[in-house]
Write a protein that binds this ligand. Structure first.
Ligand SMILES: O=C(O)CCC(=O)C(=O)O
Length: 278
């Protein structure tokens, strides 16, 4: 795993574009361990939620709140990842974990995600400071145009939050504002190799296409917040988003005894919960 601090140029790029890619953040051994554990993980598949897109194609995701000593938690809590998030988020309070998701877009059936901003959802949880929130996508498999990689509108985080409303089973951003943004801002297909990491601002407009290929597209997305950014409408039993992360060394991912998620401790999002608000 890369141990380097982000450079001022990388921080500037994140602030300008609303996202930053770090290539090869995980080495081959780390990403294979993550992938092997993820595909065999019974707790993860048992807690997977199906989300249909407007054409009826279906993506699966599993969402949990507490990052533990399992392979995902050790990555979410790893020193390099948390330090990078700390360099990118506005403010200086401790970095906390809001939630993590394993996104499972299976070959041929994995569905699309509508244009949205993550803060379009998190605003409803009454977090007040979008600059203190971000998502980090770790590519567990390669992600490319064929298997429905993430698309972003470069610089769109500077628009602030736009209106969101229901679009089928998903919540999407106002298409009018998306169309306006696309007139002046660049559409970028974020192709990643397994092990690459994408950091993106909570107001960055993003979407993805269905996976029509014969290759799965899996990724883990961890969402971070600062302890100073209280979610007034967050479930009071979930204090993770304002609890400072217990950081672990980068080598824990490979050297600690790890497995899949332990269901009891993880705080999975219930299968009947409204995933559109996450
Ligand atoms: O994984 C994807 O394709 C989209 C995920 C996404 O947009 C999200 O979780 O906010």
């Amino acid at each position: 795993m890369s141990k380097q601090q982000l450079t001022p140029a990388q921080i500037e790029q994140y602030n300008q574009d609303g996202y930053l890619i770090l290539r090869g953040f995980l080495n081959q051994e780390e990403v294979s361990k993550l992938y092997q554990i993820a595909i065999d993980d019974k707790a993860m598949s048992k807690n997977a939620i199906n989300v249909n897109d407007s054409t009826g194609k279906r993506s699966k995701l599993s969402l949990w709140y507490k990052p533990g000593d399992d392979v995902y938690g050790l990555l979410t809590r790893s020193e390099s990842l948390v330090n990078s998030v700390n360099q990118l988020l506005d403010g200086d309070a401790a970095v906390c974990h809001f939630h993590s998701k394993l996104m499972q877009k299976e070959p041929k059936v994995g569905g699309a995600w509508e244009w949205h901003q993550d803060y379009g959802y998190w605003y409803k949880n009454e977090f007040l400071l979008p600059d203190q929130m971000m998502s980090v996508m770790v590519a567990v498999t390669d992600a490319n145009i064929e298997n429905g990689c993430l698309q972003v509108i470069k610089g769109s985080h500077k628009m602030g939050r736009v209106e969101h409303g229901f679009s089928g089973e998903q919540v999407g951003a106002s298409q009018h504002y998306v169309n306006l943004a696309l007139q002046t801002m660049g559409l970028v297909f974020v192709e990643l190799n397994a092990g690459d990491v994408l950091f993106f601002h909570s107001n960055l407009l993003h979407r993805s296409e269905a996976n029509l290929s014969d290759k799965a597209r899996w990724s883990m997305i961890s969402c971070y917040n600062r302890a100073s950014n209280f979610g007034f409408n967050e479930n009071s039993s979930n204090s993770a988003s304002i609890t400072p992360i217990d950081v672990v060394p980068d080598d824990a991912l490979l050297t600690w005894e790890t497995s899949g998620l332990v269901e009891e401790g993880a705080g999975f999002l219930a299968k009947d919960a409204d995933v559109a608000l996450k």
